[in-house]
Design a protein around this ligand. Structure first.
Ligand SMILES: [Zn+2]
Length: 234
């Protein structure tokens, strides 16, 4: 198991959103297996499972970095000025190398250290092995649960995409948006509960709860450009 430096090619090779949604529909029930690992290793409060996808490509010298605009809005956009700053990756995907080694790559970053966290190597290996065995390494990754919202049970966070600005906006919205067909779950937090079986043995169970969603504006893929068409800020 190895933790790699950032590589924009890894980000660009994530499934586009429409493909990720198709994969999710076929494989969602499998994430409970990964959730169990998070619960059994006591990190389910700090690490969730994310649906790997992108909405636009990045140039080699760009990182996708989140910025807090206000208490109700976070924006994620490509940054060229962050390589020399302290950045903290919070979203990761794993790739099995030709030599059979699991390599974790960071794909999204924050500038706020906060209680920055990464599972230990043993846990990362367990998660990688399970994702690989379940044929999920290109579908799901892990995301550090570093954001404090949504603030209550009646709201959720919704990500919308501005392709011209290559910017993702993450806002707190009412749960009513779940009625929209374009919305897809993208991040799950797992909770541990204790239940007793008929034999009286204590078993641990996990259930998933979606804490973030994603939606694209306007026409859906596959018309989404594979390479950025917009102006790149210097
Ligand atoms: Zn998205």
């Amino acid at each position: 198991m190895k933790i790699s430096d950032y590589n924009a090619e890894v980000f660009n090779n994530l499934n586009p959103f429409h493909m990720a949604k198709t994969e999710l529909a076929q494989k969602k029930e499998k994430i409970i297996e990964i959730g169990k690992i998070l619960c059994e290793n006591g990190i389910n409060e700090r690490v969730g499972i994310c649906l790997l996808h992108n909405h636009f490509n990045l140039f080699d010298n760009e990182l996708l970095v989140e910025q807090y605009i206000n208490s109700n809005l976070i924006e994620l956009s490509p940054r060229r000025d962050c390589f020399d700053q302290a950045t903290y990756p919070y979203m990761w995907r794993v790739i099995r190398s030709d030599a059979g080694e699991f390599v974790w790559y960071p794909v999204e970053f924050t500038l706020i250290k906060g209680d920055y966290y990464l599972p230990n190597n043993n846990t990362l290996s367990l998660i990688a092995q399970s994702l690989y065995v379940l044929n999920l390494t290109d579908v799901f990754g892990i995301s550090i649960l570093h954001r404090e919202f949504p603030p209550d049970e009646n709201t959720l966070t919704l990500e919308t995409t501005d392709l011209e600005r290559r910017t993702l906006s993450i806002q707190v919205v009412s749960k009513e948006v779940l009625l929209d067909d374009d919305v897809s779950e993208t991040l799950w937090k797992f909770f541990e509960t204790d239940n007793y079986s008929i034999s009286g043995a204590c078993e641990r169970h996990c259930y998933s709860h979606c804490v973030a969603h994603c939606r694209t504006h306007g026409s859906q893929e596959p018309s989404v450009p594979q390479y950025p068409l917009c102006h790149i800020p210097e």
